[in-house]
Design a protein around this ligand. Structure first.
Ligand SMILES: *[C@@H]1O[C@H](CO)[C@@H](O)[C@H](O)[C@H]1NC(C)=O
Ligand SMILES: *[C@@H]1O[C@H](CO)[C@@H](O)[C@H](O)[C@H]1NC(C)=O
Length: 99
């Protein structure tokens, strides 16, 4: 009996771990400035955060959003590629924070 209770404890412990770690993010490539409800995804359990990035190429801006794997890296950074495309990449933690 004690063994069974132990097993039940463990099972519910794991179930709650799993449900805590599944986060939701917007996921889309070359999408609009305002995120679309239709692009909401349940991230894989290995994802900890969400991110978005804006690519600016001359006058063209494209927005993309996805689930991220980096932990504890809230915030934005920017870099410019050799072809003069400016990337603004933002990581954030929490459901649907990358909108
Ligand atoms: C911007 O987008 C337009 C239409 O998609 C394209 O014709 C043009 O070459 C793009 N400009 C740059 C600088 O990428
Ligand atoms: C990108 O995500 C940040 C939060 O990290 C948010 O403040 C910003 O509005 C988002 N940008 C776009 C274009 O979705």
């Amino acid at each position: 009996m004690a063994k069974l209770r132990f097993l039940l404890f463990f099972t519910s412990f794991f179930v709650s771990l799993v449900s805590i770690s599944a986060i939701r993010c917007f996921e889309c490539e070359d999408c609009g400035k305002i995120p679309d409800e239709g692009t909401i995804v349940e991230c894989h359990q290995t994802a900890f955060n969400c991110y978005n990035y804006t690519m600016t190429d001359g006058n063209n801006k494209t927005y993309s959003r996805a689930c991220g794997m980096s932990f504890g890296s809230d915030g934005c950074f920017t870099y410019t590629t050799a072809t003069q495309v400016v990337h603004l990449h933002c990581n954030c933690e929490g459901d649907l924070c990358n909108g």
